[in-house]
Each structure stands twice: as C-alpha cells, then as structure tokens.
Design a protein around this ligand. Sequence first.
Ligand SMILES: NC(=O)c1ccc[n+]([C@@H]2O[C@H](COP(=O)([O-])OP(=O)(O)OC[C@H]3O[C@@H](n4cnc5c(N)ncnc54)[C@H](O)[C@@H]3O)[C@@H](O)[C@H]2O)c1
Length: 336
Amino acid sequence: MTVRVGIIGTGVMGADHARTLATCVAGARVAAVFDVDTERAEEVAAGVSGAVAHADPMDLVGAADVDAVLVASSDATHEEFVLACLDAAKPVLCEKPLAPTVEGCRRILKAEQALGRRMVTVGFMRRYDEWYVGMRNLLEAGEIGSPLLLHCVHRNPSGPPGLPSQTLVTGSAVHEIDVARWLLGDEIAWVSCHRPRRSALVPGETQDPQFLVFETYGGVVVDVEVFANSGYGYDVRCELVGEQGTVSIGSPTGPITRRGGRESRTVAADWRERFAGAYRAELRDWVDHIEAGRPPAGASSWDGYVATAVAEACLGATPGGARTRVPLDPRPDLYG
Ligand SMILES: NC(=O)c1ccc[n+]([C@@H]2O[C@H](COP(=O)([O-])OP(=O)(O)OC[C@H]3O[C@@H](n4cnc5c(N)ncnc54)[C@H](O)[C@@H]3O)[C@@H](O)[C@H]2O)c1
C-alpha cells in the first residue's frame, strides 16, 4: 500500500517534509498540498510528482486520495486542522506544538478519545535523533546511574522581527520539555522562569534569551536556555548528569580547519540541517505505522498536551519568582 499524504502548510517545514516524503520515505506519496499562500503551495506541488494544490484545506482533509495528513501550518492553526482530520478519521502528524494553548490541546484529546483510537502524532522529532536515542539507551542501560540533572541549550541564529516572547517557550523550549519527559520517563511537576537582561541586539520587545528551570516528580532538575538570536548558528546541546557519569550531546561537528594559528568548524545553519536524519526517521516511522494499520508511533496528543501545559505554566510563572506547579489532567486510558 502507498500512503497518500496531504500536507497543510507549505512553508519551511511543510516544503521540507514534502521533499523528504517524496525522496526518502518508501511507501509514501505526497498527493495534495494546501497553503493560504497559494503561490507557495503551487510551488511545492510543482516540485513533487503527482501532487496537486487544493484551494480549500477541508477539501484536502476529505479528499478520497488523501489517506493521512501532515499539518505544518502556523502554530495557531494546528487545532482546527487536527480536529478536521479526527472528524474524517484520518491519521495526522501535527508539527509541534499540538496547539499553543492547553484548552486547544484538551479539545483535541477529547475528539481523539471520542474516536476511541489514537490517530494523532506530534512532531517532536528529537525522539528520533540518533544521539538523543543513544543518550536514552545509555540511561536505561544504567551506564550513568540514576539521573540528577539535565542541562539544555537551544539557540537559533536569528528570530523573525517582532517574535513574541512567549514563542521562545511555546515554540522552542517545548522541544526541551518533551525531551526531558521522554528521556527521564518522568513528569515535570514544577517550573520557574528567569529573564536575563534582554540582548540589546534584538530589535523590538522580544525577551531574548530566557532561562527556565523544571523539577520532575522524581527530583531531577532540568535547566533550559533558549536564545532565538544567538547570532552565530543553530546550536542545540544537552548534558545529562547521573550518579555515575554524564552523557552529552553537542552540535554535530563538520571538518575542523586549522589555519593561521586558529582552529574552526561550522555550526549548523538551522534545524533542518541538524535534525535531517530525525525528520526522515520520524516520517518513515509514521508512514510504516499507517501502512501496517498500527497505532501511531512517536509523541502522542497526550505528550503534546503535557508539553503545552508545562509551557503554559512557564508563561504564568513570575520571572525570577517562586516555582510554579504544573497542573495536569488525569491521563486518559487511551494513552496508556
Ligand atoms: N519540529 C521542528 O523542528 C520544527 C521546526 C520549525 C518549525 N516547526 C513548526 O512547524 C510549523 C511550520 O513552521 P515553519 O517554520 O514552516 O513556518 P513558515 O512560516 O515557514 O510556514 C508556515 C506556513 O503556514 C501557512 N499558513 C498560515 N496559516 C495557514 C492556514 N490557515 N492554512 C494553511 N496554511 C497556513 C503560511 O502561509 C506558511 O506558508 C509551525 O507550527 C512550527 O512551530 C517545527
């Protein structure tokens, strides 16, 4: 069986996923695309054999030749499209965040439970990155003993002008929130947030960088630096400290140049370069599971809901103030 995928949102991520599905994922075909920017949609459709650009996103969701939908439109639109996919009982891979508000995530969870089976995957692709997987395997094998601390860094070269301060949390740190839960197998119970001096080089009012601290129920402390305008490249790092050792993930290094008394290497330009392998593995796994008629793999809508709940608690925390509890609903049976 070939899984015929419809893509909603053909910006940076949607176009990249379309290319990956068309060239690297056996058993998948991009059948349809939609974007409010019709030129973008047509450009992506033209680059993929057999894909058509739809004029209405709901026509794409309902189309007989679309078996599954990938939502890669702007964050605020995710809920509407995921709900439409659930209404049509079609598997959907939604880019993170599942929805930028807890209320939006709850509506998705409710619709999925009404359907009685898991249909939603959230694009937390670091769960497919070989280094993160390696780190988790080492921890599970007891190689570094019980975890104590997790230090995370998430830097981008530059953010769009006027980037809302909260997007650093709901759009960037949300990856670290998911990674922390997934790596540690533990829920985040408390959060606190810190606002260092704003970088004078960032235009507008964006609070950049930001520093977050989480504490899990098991007592592990996680710190996260998010810096959208680091000015030098895309740099995602993480160090897990255990009772008997540590595991670190740095930026992948290209060739090292030594010249004129200096040593240098290249830093990734953006997430597509750093996580290309993870996106491929994520899409392959998603398609394999649909082909085999199995429940979706990857992060569930429950994981999406928890990530947004933690992000929302961070936004509600007083900067530099006391730690804030993360309120979580009881986990429905559907999510194990
Ligand atoms: N997993 C990751 O590593 C990762 C990385 C970057 C972005 N993202 C997420 O992917 C999504 C897309 O991000 P991007 O970087 O491609 O942004 P982008 O701005 O390049 O693309 C977003 C696209 O959505 C379209 N769009 C907006 N409203 C729409 C609507 N109502 N219907 C259809 N299309 C609509 C825009 O026209 C645009 O083409 C976002 O949710 C973002 O948070 C995930």
